[in-house]
Design a protein around this ligand. Sequence first.
Ligand code: AMP
Ligand code: MG
Length: 427
Amino acid sequence: MSTIAQVVSCLDGYDPDALRVDKAGAAIRACLAPVTQAETVAIRDSLGRVLAQDIVPRINVPGHDNSAMDGYAVRFLDLNSSNEKKETILRQIGAAFAGKVFQGKVQAGECVRVMTGAVMPQGADSVVVQEVCRADGERITIPAGQRAGQNVRAAGEDLKAGVAVLRPGQPVRAAELGLMASLGIAEVKVVRRLRVAFFSTGDELASIGTPLAPGQVYDSNRYTLHGMLSCLGVEIIDMGVVRDDPTQLEAAFAAAAAKADAIITTGGVSVGEADFVKQLMARLGEVLFWKIAMRPGRPMAFGRITSGGHSAILFGLPGNPVAVMVTFHQFVRDALLVLGGRTDSVGVPLLQAVSATSIRKVAGRTEYQRGVLFEENGARKVRTTGQQGSGVLRSMSEANCYIVLEHERGKVEAGELVSVQLLAALA
Ligand code: AMP
Ligand code: MG
């Protein structure tokens, strides 16, 4: 197996001290080895999980040609040609309901009353909606202008027996649950849940429930991480706050690597931090220290840590609360989804919106400003949430989107188009 350094050094334009966001993403992706173990669960429990098998229907859905409307099942050949604008009178010989099949066969000049979902009576090929027909006892008058095959759903129109409909690596959402249920599938193989351990580092951190000493701040990062990880359906291992102390940190990293597939830490990677945190990370495995050309979130560590023969991917995020969310959303989220077996596209698309104000920005880094997307006079517009400091978590709370200002871009003038990414899509 090649080392992480070998893998990333092969990437075009890789520069750890001025790493473009797209290069950092590519470097991370190149190093991921997705989980392959699977388990079988009842389909209800597969919601939010990743399929570890194909779904190949054994039956057609629907199982039979059936009526899409309430009306009369007819033989199209029996109807007077639409050009003549002539009505046709047919004799009703029975009725078919959803779940109750008509037993006979429709012969020339006959029709059968059908309800939506009813199996098409033998011999009939088209359904005329009841609203346009006139019934006088069993004499049914059908107006001119009908089309052959109208209002009939074909057997297998939704799902065809033998034709794979879902693939391994796809997430199970509400639609897939329903789809599997429509095939009568009770259990399904899914990728085992990814285990993600995280802890906060910093001597200044207090846990909630304890009073704040002078100079202390409450640890909020573990809570934002808890929230963001919960949306991904991973198994969460919260390891609390770890002091900036070599022995405690080493023990925490070892414990995390032994039980998790991925480790997320916050704090300890910025330039001002004691170097021993980085030295320690580097000693326990292979960890790269990046200065990413982005704001917020410039410093970040990425690598792999091994303990007791078990290794885990490490994301060493900066300590600032907004930087934690931005680096998580832009790098960690996608990486965890891929590690968890997803093979579809996991990225969140960018939309375009008109900037309602000018925005300060210098070329040479990607910025993720917190924005509010809104509609005005039918136009999609966006404004920033105001103060954009990387410690201002309120800017995330007030936002419904990131305003993504591309690497090369300079100042934005009011009225220019900018890219936005919906926070709801990242959840
Ligand atoms: P660091 O990256 O460790 O230098 O931290 C940068 C800033 O983020 C400092 O102001 C820290 O106090 C703050 N910070 C670090 N970790 C946390 C945390 N878990 N919760 C809230 N603030 C934090
Ligand atoms: Mg710190």
